[in-house]
Design a binder for this molecule. Structure first.
Ligand code: JDH
Length: 516
């Protein structure tokens, strides 16, 4: 449940060890509703003297024969509103309850100093559908109080002057909602709040380690799924679906669980994704994020959505620009900018890209930031506009069109690349991965591996059995990335950039084997 600490700034555990029991007063017209508290761990904590829970019947503070607690709304409207005078009498009473003094600590041993003890922290909590959201952070804050008074309304709620009056008289008042749905009264909300708060007090929860773990794991992610024996249950066999968990390899298990936490959060709680702290994400987290449609570039304030999709006609200008910007990064340093520009003008021109887009033998994939990349205040000038293209890949299949021609710009296949037959023992098709380029600002954010996986997947669908690429001999970073994706070095080739001969490493992968 660490995700509930959504700010990442875990509040200090309550200082209850230095104070007395937490005094809880609940005022309600349905005292029996709160009886379940006696059964749960709260009941045991009550018995152990860690909590002092008192439930009061609001009608005890009425004075009329009918014990009236409600009246019609002033200004008209449906329903009834709870009377401020009855609530005032009840709350004056419980907020004046004597609280046991904190046990004398070493510094406060002198009677003179005991007289200057700080006033106890008394908090009035009013559940209401229009309150601030009650979160784990609220629970952590309220767990530090000495007394919590819960005012459970019914009907349309409590006359608004009650909250106003106590706040104005110096009482700490919180109007809180447990979520965006409508209850019939505050009682169920108070059960929820008390359970969330009480378990944070030392000694209330059986296992204090679980609380320590909550505030230190994760970066605001949902929990990964958990399992226990039997390993196979009703046809669901963890040996088949979750082999990593049975591997005994704790590093791999941790990584796998973290990946599951990321994809769960992306699918179930996209609202939490944008609130993740990139500083608390490692490279593996970033890769998992990107596989799930988010990217957290180093130095970004928070993750942003990422879409990996087929390139469209409308992308051409931006795509050509991206290609021209990223190609030089992959070139050896001895090439002049004129040589690189000459190469780009021919091989990565808008015309060439347009030809590829129109050619069914070419799959052009782009990575887009639909919301752009907002500028973190401390890193100016790195922002990107909504819809920015930040990466692309091209798979060019080696097949002839009706006129007997190969696709434009397909490099000659090096002799070191063999073309295995297809899974059915026939066919066999080569394609060049030409190539995976990512905007330098988004390096190491997991986009390249995602584009690469997409390209391999597309190649598999096209029936490709030999997906090959040439990448500069000196570009170790790129070779490592391709190796990670399953490519193996099979040889070298020479490659001309603007008339200059460069040495490339040739790597190959069979998409039919990779994509099971
Ligand atoms: C306290 C009375 C019932 C129901 C008016 C509000 C349309 C007003 N998360 C939470 N949901 N509900 C409560 C809660 C409900 C309470 C009381 C807490 C006291 N009621 C009540 C409906 C309205 N309604 C929603 N609008 C969309 C008008 C009161 C709660 C908490 N915590």
């Amino acid at each position: 449940m660490n995700r509930l600490d959504q700010t990442g700034a875990a509040a200090a555990p309550s200082p209850a060890s230095a104070s007395g029991p937490l005094r809880l007063d609940v005022v309600t017209i349905f005292p029996d509703y709160l009886r379940v508290l006696d059964l749960s761990l709260i009941g045991r904590a009550h018995a152990d003297g860690l909590l002092d829970l008192r439930v009061h019947d609001l009608r005890d503070w009425t004075h009329d024969r009918h014990r009236t607690v409600d009246d019609t709304p002033i200004g008209g409207g449906a329903g009834m509103v709870m009377k401020p005078d009855v609530w005032g009498a009840a709350l004056d009473n419980v907020l004046a309850a004597p609280l046991p003094a904190a046990p004398a600590s070493a510094e406060c041993a002198e009677p003179a100093e005991a007289a200057s003890l700080p006033a106890p922290r008394r908090v009035l909590v009013i559940p209401t559908p229009s309150g601030e959201l009650f979160t784990q952070r609220t629970a952590e804050n309220l767990a530090g109080a000495d007394q919590l008074v819960f005012a459970c309304g019914r009907y349309e709620g409590i006359d608004a002057r009650v909250a106003e009056h106590y706040a104005a008289s110096g009482v700490e008042v919180h109007e809180l909602s447990i979520g965006d749905y409508v209850l019939n009264g505050g009682e169920a909300a108070v059960l929820v709040m008390i359970e969330a708060i009480a378990r944070l007090r030392p000694g209330v929860l059986g296992n204090p380690e679980s609380i320590v773990e909550e505030s230190h794991t994760g970066a605001g992610l949902l929990e990964y799924p958990v399992y226990t024996r039997p390993v196979a249950w009703r046809g669901l066999d963890l040996a088949a679906t979750e082999p990593v968990l049975l591997s005994g390899d704790h590093a791999r298990i941790d990584r796998h669980r973290r990946d599951q936490a990321v994809s769960r959060t992306a699918v179930r709680r996209p609202d939490l994704m944008a609130r993740l702290d990139p500083a608390r994400l490692d490279a593996g987290d970033r890769a998992a994020l990107t596989r799930n449609g988010w990217v957290a570039p180093a130095g970004a304030a928070h993750p942003v959505p990422l879409v990996v999709r087929p390139a469209l006609e409308a992308d051409l200008p931006a795509l050509a620009d991206l290609a021209a910007r990223t190609f030089p990064d992959a070139c050896p340093s001895f090439l002049t900018s004129e040589q690189i520009a000459a190469h780009i003008a021919v091989n990565l021109s808008p015309q060439r890209l347009a030809t590829w887009l129109a050619d069914p033998r070419v799959v052009l994939t782009v990575a887009e930031l639909p919301d752009g990349l907002p500028t973190p205040p401390e890193v100016p000038g790195t922002s990107l506009p909504p819809g920015a293209l930040v990466g692309y890949s091209a798979v060019v299949a080696e097949s002839l069109d009706a006129a007997g021609a190969l696709p434009a710009g397909l490099d000659p296949r090096p002799p070191s690349v063999g073309v295995p037959t297809g899974p059915d023992g026939v066919g066999g098709l080569a394609a060049e991965l030409s190539k995976v380029y990512v905007d330098a600002r988004l390096r190491a954010s997991g986009i390249a591996p995602t584009l690469l996986a997409e390209a391999v997947c597309d190649a598999a669908t096209m029936g490709v059995t030999a997906l090959w690429l040439g990448t500069n001999d000196a570009n170790r970073r790129a070779q490592k990335a391709y190796r990670r994706a399953g490519f193996r070095k099979v040889g070298t080739r020479t490659y001309e950039v603007g008339g200059e001969r460069c040495r490339d490493v040739v790597m190959v992968l069979n998409p039919q084997e990779t994509v099971a």
